[in-house]
Design a binder for this molecule. Sequence first.
Ligand code: IMP
Length: 472
Amino acid sequence: MFNKGYADVLIGLQYGDEGKARVVDNIAHNYDIIARFNGGANAGHTVETSKGKLALNQVPSGVFYRDKILYMGSGCVINPEKLVAEIKGIEALDINLEGRFHIAGQASVVQPHHILIDGITGGKIGTTRNGIGPCYADRANRMDGSRLLHIRMGDLKHDPEYFFPLIAENLRVAAETYNFGDIDQVEIIQKMKTSFASISQYVENDPLFLQRLVESGKKVLFEGAQSVMLDVMKGCVPYVTSSHTVAGAAYVGGDLSPAFHRKTIGIVKAVMSRVGNGPFPSEFGGEASEEYCISLNEDGTPKHGKHFEAQLNLNEMLYSHHPFEVGKGLRVLSKEYGTVTTRPRRIGILDLPQLNYAIRLNGVTDLVINKCDVLREYSGTRNNKLPLVKSYEFRGESINYIPSSTMAYRECKAEIENYETFDEDLTTMRSKEELPENLKIFLNAIEQTTGTSVVAIGVGPDREQFITLKDF
Ligand code: IMP
């Protein structure tokens, strides 16, 4: 009836930081619209430009394609102050957003009390302290008696004089309840008003804004934030984010009917990483690594961050008998540290039961494997094999699924199958013909087990270090 255009959904299949933005950058030319459907300023990547670094948190990654429409759907939570800073950074690169950047009026506003509460309550989960969880919680709570908790971008545009005092009241009540200490509430609200005024022009009143564009023939790429294992319901609950990150969520939070879905593109990393707490059966060094990676100094900085690990002996770690040390070596080599926090990411072997779960749950047909160049480093380990997790040992049995209870998942031990390593440097390769035979065998094993095509691989961080294996 309406189907002139279509939508593809691109999501991370592991624990975040799989390099989704670089794939969006690579395929954005195939689409008219790049849209986000979940999360907020908790997502992030830094882009190196000729004029310096640019941090993107809320604006979709297609921003560098000047002819693309950028959309933030109603499933997103918007931080006006951070958005203004982000837009300034983009405009400083002479990239114009006017007329092509749109925010759903139904998207929720991250209020100041959300951020302050997250700083207090999000510690054990290791949240990014952007107020994301408290904002989604207020969306579900809606009201507290007669006090309105959930306020949307369309509300603020419609009547700021009415809604800002409600935000101030929410801050006042939360400050009393949580004892935020010495904060200037009037100044906080004033700053937010100023920020909102400069982005109000981007807020769309019509909830069918995106739908109408796609009905008229436009093609949209939905860009997921966070990843499948961080989904609030399907991930490792409670060590997850507070939104839905799965492909289906694009058709709720992205303001488009599912009738337009064409395909799902899944992004993974050849050596997995995760930040924050929670089970990770393929982690090098297990719980000792988890503890090591999350530990902080008294001032809140990471105890074993990027600068600390840069001083360690790389070859000794990589060739160690202890998986914990091998993981440290692989982390240094693959530069797996938080871009802003510099906290070490936990490192693990590519896990097929986990991948299978994510692929099936999301109908993934096209798989992109980033950081394949890092696989070469396994040839410097004592084991000198390319490992893949094929199943888990759970209470004496071999299983190939993720138990629903996170507590049970913690008990799972990785069962590993080894493949032959390769020693070639992939970072200079640009075509599939050049790839080492042992890498092809390894990729083929992934395709066979998951029933999905590996359509491209990343062989380094730069735009051209990306090899397309099949059209997608
Ligand atoms: P929140 O999304 O800030 O509430 O954080 C909840 C959990 O999700 C924490 O473990 C975060 O580190 C993780 N998380 C949130 N956003 C990202 C992301 O973009 N990449 C990786 N992890 C993330």
